[in-house]
Design a protein around this ligand. Structure first.
Ligand code: 8OZ
Length: 382
């Protein structure tokens, strides 16, 4: 080919094109995993686990139907019997639970999907009727949350918690580590540590729930300690490239408060960055509510945490694309729209209408309102 062909200077043009070409629907590399797009199915509690808190027979179908998400993050899953706070949520601490989750991951893998499990300990958001031996829920401090949980087929006030003794804390870290190992045994691509929404790890982080005077309470560093110990233990067990963390700096879910969210969460973002975990999943604003619930600079967390930033809360495809092009986030979580739209990614890509979910079948029950929402292709074949 002639070297005389006039060739425009391309460098800046190419760079601009790369920037504006980014879309939600292009592949993305998360650690060593290739995702087929930037849309993530957010964790969604569905309360359908069966006896032994094993994922229900329908769970493999449900998650398999949604495998076109770039990444699925499962519903919150207990690390131990002690970690449960709601009726019929699944666990990942017995062999039958591992086997049950293996059916789920097999179904997702068969469709080329990617799936992380969200691991939680509910802390004070629990009820004695759900707890081993009917004992009090555990928490950083004996401060009862002014909220309810779903137990005995209805919503009831959470029980009065007791403060964890200092020598019980290593056991919590160990339960997270073991559950992460179990997750890999069950075929998950990775684990998300649930550090959000008013559950145990956030109860330690936020001073409205933590009045401890030991190494786990008081200063910003001390309140972040348990989250960071758990994350380090999980990352050491399964690899930092398979470990993500979810946070909700200004959410009051679980009737919690924090007097200093910006410095607290800036510190956490720096420390999680140093641990080298693969993503930071941030609920921007009130969980499931307003994005402007309280003043907070989420860009500060995005800038401190150098790896993948997964943005969550009230994203439309338009807002997600705009934030992507601005470089403000890498991946975008969609929650409730995935319930009624198993083919959400395809619908967003072609601008198809979204189906509404049925609130009556959100929590509990069987296949109805779980695996029976049609895809566009199903609907047009009828
Ligand atoms: C809805 C109902 C019960 C639990 C969360 C795990 O908010 C949950 C949850 C959501 O993170």
């Amino acid at each position: 080919m002639s070297s005389r062909v006039p060739f425009p200077a391309r460098s800046t043009t190419t760079q601009q094109t790369d920037m504006t070409d980014k879309t939600l629907f292009e592949p993305y590399t998360l650690g060593s995993l290739k995702l087929s797009n930037r849309i993530v199915m957010a964790p969604l509690t569905r309360n359908r686990a069966g006896a032994g808190l094993i994922p229900s027979e329908h769970a493999a179908t449900y998650y398999g139907q949604r495998a076109s998400a770039g990444l699925i993050i499962t519903e919150a899953t207990q690390i131990s019997a002690d970690a449960q706070g709601y009726q019929d949520t699944p666990g990942l601490y017995t062999q039958p639970q591992i086997d049950g989750w293996r059916r789920v991951t097999d179904a997702v893998h068969a469709k080329g999907g990617r799936i992380f499990v969200q691991l939680w300990h509910v802390g004070r958001i629990s009820h004695v009727d759900l707890r081993p031996g009917g004992t009090a829920p555990v928490a950083p401090s004996a401060i009862r949350a002014a909220t309810k949980t779903f137990v005995n087929n209805g919503f009831h006030d959470v029980s009065e918690p007791r403060a964890l003794a200092l020598d019980e804390i290593p056991g919590i870290v160990e339960d997270f580590r073991q559950a992460a190992a179990n997750a890999i045994a069950a075929g998950f691509h990775g684990v998300e540590v649930h550090g959000a929404n008013g559950y145990l790890l956030e109860q330690f982080i936020k001073d409205g729930a933590n009045t401890r005077t030991d190494a786990y309470g008081g200063s910003i560093e001390n309140r972040a300690r348990l989250l960071l110990e758990v994350t380090a233990a999980v990352a050491t067990e399964i690899g930092a490239e398979r470990t993500g963390v979810r946070l909700s700096p200004v959410s009051t879910a679980g009737a919690i408060s924090c007097s200093d969210p910006q410095p607290q969460y800036d510190y956490i973002a720096d420390k999680l960055d140093a641990l080298g975990i693969v993503y930071l999943h941030v609920v921007e604003g009130a969980t499931g509510g307003s994005r402007d619930a309280a003043p907070f600079d989420f860009d500060s967390m995005r800038n401190r945490f150098k790896k993948t930033y997964l943005a969550n809360n009230g994203y439309s495809p338009e807002l997600a694309n705009a934030r992507l092009i601005e470089g403000k986030a890498d991946l975008f979580a969609f929650g409730r729209p995935f319930i009624g739209n198993p083919d959400l990614v395809e619908r967003l890509e072609i601008g198809a209408p979204l189906a509404a979910l049925n609130p009556a079948t959100l929590y509990g029950g069987g296949a109805q309102g779980y695996t029976d929402y049609p895809t566009l292709a199903d609907s047009s074949a009828r």
